[in-house]
Structure formats: structure tokens, C-alpha cells
Design a protein around this ligand. Structure first.
Ligand SMILES: C[S@@+](CC[C@H](N)C(=O)[O-])C[C@H]1O[C@@H](n2cnc3c(N)ncnc32)[C@H](O)[C@@H]1O
Length: 244
């Protein structure tokens, strides 16, 4: 079973950098109430709802896993926010060219065939549309075996961590001008206590849920994956603008 099926069964998603990365990303995207925004790989919809509530922006969430897309949609409805979600593949988005003024993704492109996915994000954005991502990069030097081990463990063939320069090159080759690229200090950067606690709570529930999906004989591998994630990688935030 792939990582995304596990996430779907647990019903909780997360991303490196937690709330601190989300707040940085959304602030840099300068969301306005007249934006039409799409979140690519919205998971269970925490950031989607937060963006809609905090910035009064109209949102569309996309996730490959139907149960996660539906959970994100329920959350929007429950909180009476403007928006909806769609279960779809980012590499084949069910939207017309130049639909959105802004798009973002948190810990999603690391799992995708990157050139295709970036081109698709560019296609659905209007000229001068803003695009932001939080994605994994190397803490120091690229580690020779980390990606292969992780691909095997997660069952996600296209998983690949890039250097900051490689992420920037990917964005540029899809027609974006990169305005901002910054590594975060760690996977759990400082944030207000209530935010930090909510990250901790989500991660604890996610970890417990994933451990229950995994056969006991693979728990050691899972623990090694978590240690290596923290040891070799950190998240980075990128902001790019589609050519006008
Ligand atoms: C690590 S989770 C992050 C979810 C969410 N951004 C968050 O921070 O909670 C990655 C998400 O990407 C979604 N995903 C993976 N491949 C996808 C694809 N090809 N198209 C759409 N969503 C995809 C997964 O289902 C999962 O919800």
C-alpha cells in the first residue's frame, strides 16, 4: 500500500515546517479577498480552511485521495467558508488554462513527476499568478541513499528531495520567475505555543495512525525513516510568479 493510502486511512496529513511554514508561505503569497486560489495536494484541508478564513479568499482544494479531498470539503462546509475540493491528479488538473490567481502546495511536489506537475500548475494560473511551495531540501549535502530508501519504504516511485537550486531550476523551466527561496531552520520551527501544540497533536495522531497501518516487523524501518528525515532534510519555502 502506498503512503497516500495510509494517509487516507488515518485521515490526517502534515508537512515539514508545520504551522510556521504555512504562515510564512501564505504571508508571502499576499492573499487578497478577490483571489481565486487552488491548493494542490490539500490533504485533510487544514491550510485550505485557514487560508479561506484568515484571508477571506475563495479556495479550491485538489487531492489525489478521494477521502482526503472529501474531508477537506467537509471542513470548509462546517466552517462556512467559500470553496470546494476535487479529487484529482495534479498532473492532469480538471481546470481550464489560466483559472486561478494563486496556487500553493505543501510537501507534495517532492512525491510527483516534477516537470509535468510544475507545468500543470503553471497552466492553470493566470499570467502574473503567484505560486508558493513548501518542499523538502537537503539540510547539508544530498545524501546518496536517502531517496531510494524512502521511495521503497513509502511505495512512492517519484519521491525525490532536491537542492534549493534544483527546485528553483524546476520552477524556472515551467515558466516561473522565482522571487523567494529560503530554507527553514528545522522541521518544527518556533511558532506560537498553541500552533506548536496543534502541530504536535496532529503529528502524534498521524504517527500513531501510521504505526497501526504498518506491520510490526517494519516499525524499525519506520523509525529509521523518521530519524533520517530529520537528520538529512529541512523544508524550504519558494515563491514564484508566472510570466505575464
Ligand atoms: C505529505 S501530504 C501533505 C498534505 C497537505 N499539503 C498537508 O500539508 O497537510 C501529501 C499530499 O499530496 C497528495 N498527493 C500526492 N500525489 C498527488 C497527486 N498526483 N495529485 C494530487 N494530490 C496528490 C496526497 O494524497 C497527500 O494528501
Amino acid at each position: 500500500m502506498s503512503f497516500f493510502r495510509w494517509l487516507e486511512q488515518v485521515g490526517i496529513t502534515s508537512h515539514p515546517g508545520g504551522w510556521a511554514a504555512t504562515e510564512r508561505l501564505l504571508a508571502l503569497l499576499k492573499l487578497k479577498p478577490d483571489d481565486l486560489a487552488v491548493e494542490l495536494g490539500c490533504g485533510f484541508g487544514r491550510t485550505l480552511s485557514y487560508a479561506a478564513k484568515e484571508f477571506s479568499v475563495q479556495v479550491v482544494g485538489v487531492d489525489l485521495m478521494p477521502a482526503l479531498a472529501s474531508k477537506a470539503c467537509d471542513r470548509l462546509k462546517r466552517e462556512k467558508l467559500r470553496g470546494f475540493t476535487v479529487a484529482a491528479d495534479i498532473c492532469r488538473l480538471p481546470f481550464r488554462d489560466e483559472t486561478f490567481t494563486v496556487a500553493w502546495a505543501e510537501s507534495v511536489f517532492v512525491f510527483l513527476p516534477k516537470p509535468e506537475a510544475f507545468l500543470e500548475a503553471a497552466r492553470v494560473l493566470k499570467p502574473n499568478g503567484r505560486f508558493g511551495i513548501v518542499e523538502l531540501t537537503w539540510r547539508d549535502e544530498p545524501h546518496p541513499d536517502y531517496c531510494e530508501q524512502t521511495r521503497e519504504f513509502l511505495g512512492v516511485e517519484r519521491y525525490e528531495v532536491l537542492t534549493v537550486q534544483e527546485w528553483v531550476a524546476m520552477l524556472r523551466s515551467a515558466g516561473f520567475a522565482v522571487e523567494f527561496a529560503e530554507k527553514m531552520p528545522s522541521h518544527a520551527p518556533p511558532s506560537p505555543l498553541h500552533r506548536w501544540l496543534s502541530d504536535f497533536w496532529d503529528l502524534a495522531r498521524l504517527g500513531f495512525g501510521l504505526a497501526r497501518q504498518l506491520p510490526a516487523k517494519r516499525w524499525l524501518e519506520g523509525a529509521r525513516e523518521i530519524v533520517n528525515l530529520y537528520r538529512y532534510t529541512v523544508p524550504a519555502v519558494f515563491i514564484a510568479i508566472k510570466a505575464g
